[in-house]
Structures are given as structure tokens and as C-alpha cells.
Design a protein around this ligand. Structure first.
Ligand SMILES: [Zn+2]
Length: 123
């Protein structure tokens, strides 16, 4: 009778069944509980993510610094990578977005640091 031992660390689960195909199916289903559990974890992290921080025009130094912290937290909680940097522009209020795009139409192609610098200058 084939016995399948779960390959995940700390899991003692074994699967055995008279029928090898069924054993494999049960084993795969068990392994999926580990991997899908990981996805569920991501999903719950996602639903708890913090709201995208807002930048408005006329932001003071203090407000800007706290925005930077919130932006960093937001990026982490939303799992944003460098490719998602266009999200940064949506942190701006509509008026500021227009202002930024008017002075730098290619802003979304720029690096996050450049975008931050430009937004900082304009707000
Ligand atoms: Zn297991």
C-alpha cells in the first residue's frame, strides 16, 4: 500500500489508500491545503490593507513626511512592486494629478523617487 508523506515542514500528515490513484488524489488535495492556505492568508492580508494615502496640494513638510510613511506601509500591505508605481499618482487629489500631469506628462514612466520628488515640488 503506497504511503505518501506530506513534504511540508512540520506537517506529519500521511496519506495511504488501497488505490494508488486515490492516494495520489488525496495527497494532492492535502498539499493544496498548504498552498491554498497561503493564498487565503494573502487574501486576508489584502482585505486588511490600509487605504491608499492621499496627497493634496499645499501639503506641509510634516504632512509630506507622514504621507511617505503611509505610502511605504500601503505599498507593503498592498504588495506593490516597482511595476505598480503608477499607483503613486492616484494618491494625489484630482487637482494635483492634473497639475502634475501638465508639468510632467511622462511621470508614470519615471522612477518612484522621481515621481515623489516631482509631486513633492508641486504640492
Ligand atoms: Zn501536510
Amino acid at each position: 500500500m503506497p504511503v505518501f508523506r506530506c513534504p511540508f515542514n512540520g506537517c506529519e500528515d500521511t496519506t495511504n489508500n488501497e488505490d494508488k490513484d486515490i492516494a495520489i488524489a488525496i495527497f494532492n488535495a492535502h498539499v493544496a491545503t498548504h498552498t491554498s492556505g497561503h493564498q487565503a492568508e494573502n487574501k486576508s492580508t489584502r482585505s486588511e490593507k490600509i487605504a491608499r494615502p492621499k496627497i493634496s496640494q499645499g501639503l506641509l513638510e510634516e504632512g509630506w513626511n507622514s504621507f511617505l510613511i503611509q505610502w511605504r506601509l500601503y505599498k507593503t500591505s498592498a504588495g506593490l512592486s516597482e511595476e505598480n508605481k503608477t499607483q503613486l499618482i492616484y494618491c494625489c487629489e484630482q487637482e494635483l494629478i492634473e497639475h502634475v500631469l501638465r508639468s510632467e506628462p511622462d511621470i508614470v514612466d519615471k522612477s518612484e523617487q522621481d515621481q515623489l520628488g516631482l509631486i513633492r515640488k508641486l504640492c
